[in-house]
Design a protein around this ligand. Sequence first.
Ligand code: ADE
Length: 404
Amino acid sequence: MRLDVISIFPQYLAPLELSLIGRARREGLLDLRVHDLRDFTQDRHRTVDDTPYGGGAGMVMTPEPWGLALRQVVRSGKGEPPPRLVVPGPGGAPFTQAMARALAAEPWLAFACGRYEGIDERVYEHAAQDLGLEVSVVSLGDYVLNGGEVAVLAIVEAVARLLPGVVGNADSLVEESHEDGLLEYPVYTKPASWQAAPGVRRDVPPVLLSGDHAAIASWRQQQRLERTAARRPDLLHPSQAVAVAPGADALAGLDLAVATPADAAELMTLTRACWAPEMAQQGTCGAAQETLQDVIAGLAVWRTWTVRSQGRLVASVRTRPSPDDPSRWQIGRLMVAPDLQGRGLGRALLAFAEADAPSGTTTYCLDTSTRSQTNLRMFRKAGYRVATPQGAQHGTVVVSKARR
Ligand code: ADE
């Protein structure tokens, strides 16, 4: 990727010679060129600013040096499509991880570092209309810096680390704050027990030492949600902040209702989300392949429960007496939205579905995939045992439990 930075303080960009960005430059992954705007002035004093028309405080950057500098940068591309021009400024669109990703997909970026009260507006027009550049004004946040240089340092670092080869371990790019809309979980390293001060020991949360990967993943997800709710509630859909109480109370605070055809489209979406891993493994899966009409038809022959949080469908289950043997209570389509799994909602919903059984029920039964160890473990813990090794569909078993 090529990057051109135009500034009246080229030395400000020196940190881009350090660390991973510096190494990427030396390895040829980044072609970063810094230009001194004053080299494009034509007077003895190398003037780059003047007083604003219309009056007001401060100085405005004059258009001539900017025009010359931008034209030279574009010309140096020798006929290549021109760069996208990023102009940092407090009046710009917020710089986000999504924008970093979009910028990282560009072959060439140019940055114009403004100072003082800003750059003469005609420079933006000239860049867009005469030079054909896509111009993006980008703000680091709702505060005012002295100039664009610090913002360029931040933007270049956020963009460059997304380029293949710049960050050694590509996996570390995935589990990060803002990559999926949540803040990162807290991290710990050795020692497991730290003597922080005389008489004060600080221990790593025990779950991280347990070796139980499912428990660790679930703890981390919960930490991410709690952290995001505490520090950046604006990032969360209210439904994600569901505080799931442990055990049977997990459904407290959620809205349970019997589904109607008006719920069918959302049920279909939830089903597909929940059965996606099975689809990926097996290439086929009855539940995930149902049409909207199939889902609506299912509502007529099962009692389907919806669980909503702040209006969002977050879980569902359906029940009915077995058509062959009404003493058997069938439970099906037990599903919890992927971002809320591992928090006891499924277990609580299963208990709810059992309690929904009429008197006369002797057995609860359900058909489940043999591939999901997590589900099989959950049913086992809830007292279910395999009753029929071959379920209604290929790759499923029937598990059952006697009603007590
Ligand atoms: N220049 C001055 N303030 C800025 C900000 N908040 N973001 C980006 N560039 C700036």
